[in-house]
Design a protein around this ligand. Structure first.
Ligand code: MG
Length: 383
């Protein structure tokens, strides 16, 4: 890797894997993590999971898979500009949404409330659970046996209660410390990606329009530039030109602000990054304000649009009904999941049973959840 900064994650000084393995021959440790992620089942399922829109709305919208690829692209560009580790950033970005339930936030909220008496459900924690335990592929270990740094990056948030159950990985949530810089930047690359593609998808779906968007400063600034340069441009190309410039604006601000933060902090090692009282990768305060305005716009106009709300309500009903049915009678689960639920129940009582049901539901794609719901409740459907 060229020009790795001294405070970047260096694969040769990784804190290692849970089960020690011989180093890879022709790849770095983080390249190996990324490759394992790309080949896992949870990664392929991202194609049929959505964040805001549902898959059957059309083929033009982002899915969690295309979202994760966009996050990786933005993340790698920032990592390279800051001399941070691109491979690690890419691994984190590609896996960051792997524990998400079907139907985006509506599905997550529904499953969390179903699980309230059984330890709750956090999608970040579930991502780690998928990668550490639920992917059963390798002969010598459970899960993908990823490096500490990749796992640290994936666990963006974590409750204190869950943090206590995962050893040193959970300590930073208890001590309120920072993760490595690649984790910090993957988190912000995620934010840049979804704010911008939600505008694009929202416009395509007709849930918001360009006139409304002119209220948003971040959008209007780039819109005015594009209109001045290309007054005759068709609307479709105009939107793309504005959005690509917005992404560029955000990325440039993030790179320049982070360069200043890193220089001012004087950090020299990843250990010092982790002990820094504040995150070092970030936007300027002006950009934070602009970004907040955009988020509020999306919240008020897109995420609360009645059609999104209807779909969220439908999603909540499907997830809740599946959960209630399976927890009251695990015999209705497919054999493999029924076996798991029996085993987990023998170890941890009703909480174990509930966790097995939550794992099964969280792993579903949007369309699988809809199909499973009809198989259970529609008398005309084959079971
Ligand atoms: Mg994301």
């Amino acid at each position: 890797m060229l020009n790795l900064a001294p405070y970047a994650a260096n694969p040769e000084h990784s804190l290692g894997r849970k089960v020690p393995e011989a180093p890879p021959e022709h790849r770095s440790e983080y390249q190996r993590d990324r490759d394992r992620i790309v080949h896992c089942t949870g990664f392929r399922r991202l194609e049929y999971k959505t964040q805001v829109f549902v898959n059957h709305e059309g083929d033009l919208f982002r899915t969690r898979l295309t979202h994760s690829i966009e996050v990786a692209q933005i993340g790698r560009a920032i990592a390279r500009a800051l001399n941070l580790n691109e491979d690690l950033t890419e691994a984190i970005a590609l896996a960051h949404d792997i524990g998400h339930t079907p139907f985006g936030h509506a599905g997550q909220d529904a499953l969390n409330s179903c699980m309230s008496e059984y330890g709750g459900f956090e999608h970040n924690f579930q991502s780690l659970r998928v990668l550490d335990i639920l992917e059963e592929k390798y002969a010598e270990f459970e899960g993908l046996n990823l490096t500490y740094e990749t796992r640290e990056g994936i666990l963006k948030h974590c409750s204190r209660q869950n943090a206590k159950t995962i050893g040193i990985l959970g300590e930073r949530f208890i001590k309120q410390q920072q993760p490595g810089l690649e984790a910090q930047l993957a988190n912000l690359a995620d934010e840049i990606a979804y704010n911008n593609h939600d505008i694009d998808d929202g416009l395509r779906a007709g849930f918001i329009d360009t006139t409304q968007l002119l209220q948003v400063n971040l959008y209007r600034m780039q819109h005015d530039k594009v209109m001045k340069l290309y007054p005759e441009l068709s609307e479709r190309r105009q939107i793309h030109e504005v959005i690509r410039r917005m992404i560029n604006h955000l990325v440039s601000d993030l790179i320049e602000t982070s360069q200043k933060n890193l220089a001012n902090s004087g950090v020299k090692t990843i250990k010092e990054v982790r002990h820094s009282p504040i995150p070092l990768i970030g936007f300027s305060s002006e950009m934070q304000k602009l970004s907040l305005e955009l988020k509020q716009f999306l919240r008020n106009n897109l995420y609360s649009h009645y059609r999104v709300y209807r779909m969220s309500n439908k999603a909540k009903n499907i997830v809740t009904r599946l959960f209630e049915t399976f927890i009251s009678d695990p015999g209705l689960l497919p054999v493999e999941h029924f076996q798991k639920s029996k085993k987990m129940e023998s170890e941890n009582g009703i909480k174990g049973r509930a966790r097995a049901v939550a794992d099964y539901i969280a792993g579903m794609t949007d369309r699988y959840a809809i199909a499973e719901h009809s198989r259970l409740f529609d008398p005309g459907q084959l079971t």
